[in-house]
Design a protein around this ligand. Structure first.
Ligand code: AMP
Ligand code: MG
Length: 420
């Protein structure tokens, strides 16, 4: 590449473009995770990040209880040589323990979840006993002492650290915290993320398209991607391609948000003001990545905000968001680092590629009749073809050094929807 020629997407390799891995590392090095916290009602903690470790104040379950409906007795009183008959005395129900005293030769009727009467440690399921006409029961020799009983702390032990600070609360976690009797949870403040689109050709929904105009779709895909992350979303609309408008939007966004995302205007065209604006106001950490799609991506900081200038093309917006912005938000929100999950699949088509950049090919993975994962392309891969993202359930990840794929080769995929 000649020194005087501006970079172009047609260049196979650019010495000043950094690798995807280096870009991810730079982002982690620059971002400082949120420390501020708020106390919320348990239900509002779903999908949020814990501000403190959760330590159990109790044993769960709190008492020894039956795991099945049946009959309680001491394991040492089970029959050994031949089946034996027992009198049934009393009954223990879940939430209504019995004060019946256990005596050898009898059993106590018990329901799942009921406290085991003292001196009993074994439950014989009702399905395996024979009930005589006089109401006594017959137990065979197949039963084991200690069976079908749940012990205190078996699920959760008192004093155990269940979740660390920064852990994201899942539906199961919400249930676990409820099982501890905690009605409130300390969570980290949610990240505030502002975004705007840039481009004189962009019209918002409801406006009329003139010659050369298109509707702004990036604000909708960004909104949707952010919605999935449960952050505070600030949509600042479409900003015209002037230095002044972009600078003003930039300052306003940084004032409102921890992370500012823009789309478009990030290349080296004459109406591309994102890079110079960041350069003027803040610090640029990188501006070009050896990847496709998404090569021109600017990352920087301004005051207390981090800035992602994504490319304008709709597919590039989604790919760069998923690769860089999503892990950045996750790290900001939780202090923990997400790692990519790559799965091997057989590629049903040849793919042309030259070494020098990482490529994210939109593709569909499915399971063949013999259980193998097979992947095929969604079709045309232009970075303006948003249908390729809509059809895809994964990316085929072609690393920098790859020089193409032959039909039948095994490739690495990154699933991003339910894969089967
Ligand atoms: P740019 O990076 O501004 O040169 O934009 C690259 C391409 O993406 C152009 O074809 C733009 O029209 C298109 N584009 C930019 N922003 C948007 C948007 N918000 N919605 C849909 N297409 C866009
Ligand atoms: Mg533009």
């Amino acid at each position: 590449m000649s020194k005087n020629k501006p970079p172009s997407c047609l260049d196979p390799f650019e010495a000043d473009a950094i690798s995807v891995a280096a870009a991810k590392q730079t982002i982690l090095d620059k971002i400082v995770p949120i420390q501020g916290s708020v106390k919320v009602a348990l239900r509002d903690a779903l999908n949020q990040y814990l501000a403190k470790d959760v330590i159990s104040p109790i044993n769960v379950p709190p008492h020894i209880n039956a795991a099945m409906d049946g009959y309680a007795l001491a394991g040492e009183d089970l029959p050994t040589n031949e089946s034996q008959s027992y009198q049934v005395s009393g009954a223990s129900f879940a939430g209504i323990p019995t004060d019946q005293v256990y005596t050898k030769g009898s059993v106590i009727r018990i329901m799942t979840g009921a406290v085991m009467p003292s001196s009993t440690d074994t439950v014989v399921p009702q399905e395996v006993v024979d009930i005589s006409e006089d109401g006594s029961i017959n137990i065979d020799t197949q039963q084991r002492a200690g069976q079908n009983v749940r012990y205190p702390g078996e699920d959760i032990e008192k004093g155990a650290t269940l979740f660390k600070k920064g852990h994201r609360v899942s539906p199961a976690d919400l249930g676990i915290i409820a099982s501890l009797g905690k009605g409130e949870v300390d969570i980290l403040r949610r990240p505030r993320v502002a975004f705007f689109s840039t481009g004189d050709e962009l019209k918002s929904i409801g406006e009329t398209l003139n010659e050369g105009d298109i509707y702004d779709s990036n604000r909708y895909t960004l909104f949707a991607l952010l919605k999935n992350l449960d952050v505070e979303i600030i949509d600042l609309g479409v900003i015209r391609d002037t230095k002044e408008a972009i600078e003003q939007a930039f300052i306003e966004a940084a004032d409102l948000a921890d992370i500012v995302i823009t789309s478009g205007g990030v290349s080296v065209g004459e109406a591309d003001f994102i890079k110079p604006t960041l350069k003027k106001l803040g610090d640029t950490h990188f501006w070009k990545i050896a990847m496709k799609p998404g090569r021109p991506l600017t990352f920087g900081s301004y005051h207390d905000s981090w800035f992602f200038g994504l490319p304008g093309n709709p597919v590039a917006v989604m790919v760069t968001f998923m690769q860089f912005v999503q892990p950045a938000i996750n790290y900001l929100a939780s202090g923990s680092i997400t790692s990519d999950i790559l799965i091997k699949a057989k590629c049903l088509q040849a793919i042309k590629k030259r070494p020098g950049r990482t490529e994210f090919i939109r593709a569909i993975v499915s399971q063949s009749d013999n259980g193998e994962l097979e992947v095929k392309l969604t079709g045309k891969q232009g970075s303006g073809i948003l249908m390729s993202m809509s059809l895809a359930n994964c990316f085929i990840h072609l690393p920098v050094e790859s020089n193409g794929i032959n039909e039948g080769d095994v490739v690495e995929i990154m699933p991003f929807k339910n894969i089967l």
